[in-house]
Design a protein. Sequence first.
Length: 182
Amino acid sequence: MTKVKVELVNVYCRDTEDVTGADDFYLVGGLVGGQTTKAILTTPIKINNKQTKSFKPDQTVLFDGEIPEGQSVKGGLKAYDEDAGKDWAKYGETVKKISSAISGAIKETGPQEAAAGTILSAATTAQGILDSLDKDDLLGTTELDISSTGPSHEERAWKMSKTTGRDWSTWDYTLTYRISRS
């Protein structure tokens, strides 16, 4: 068994989606590996052009569990700019609902047979529990498949951007996360 830990390091904004000022950046998703299922929902971070921000300390661990050799942590993340206010007082309840949806999605196949996209889809469908989510701007989506084998410490960057198009809305973000294996 390999202990795998995935942690958020920070997010860098080159260009906000909101042309009038700061974005309210947050993540939704889920990761599954071994016997561990982790729902992911961060509260919004106010971030502006050319800023690097960290997440709340209690929301930085995306996954922490033991994985059998040759297996991986699967799932993914979606990043949003919050445009419509939500009741973030229901944060804990929402995380439980996301976790339940992920568990339900992998119940029939098991965690290693489930595709990363299936896990991500279950997590982000459950996040629709947050009122008016459809009004928030989707900044990016990434599926993750993190092997139990690899370097003991590594950092990865997830770049998400929209720099051209017919509408005026553009953005450019880089999210950095750390993987530890022991």
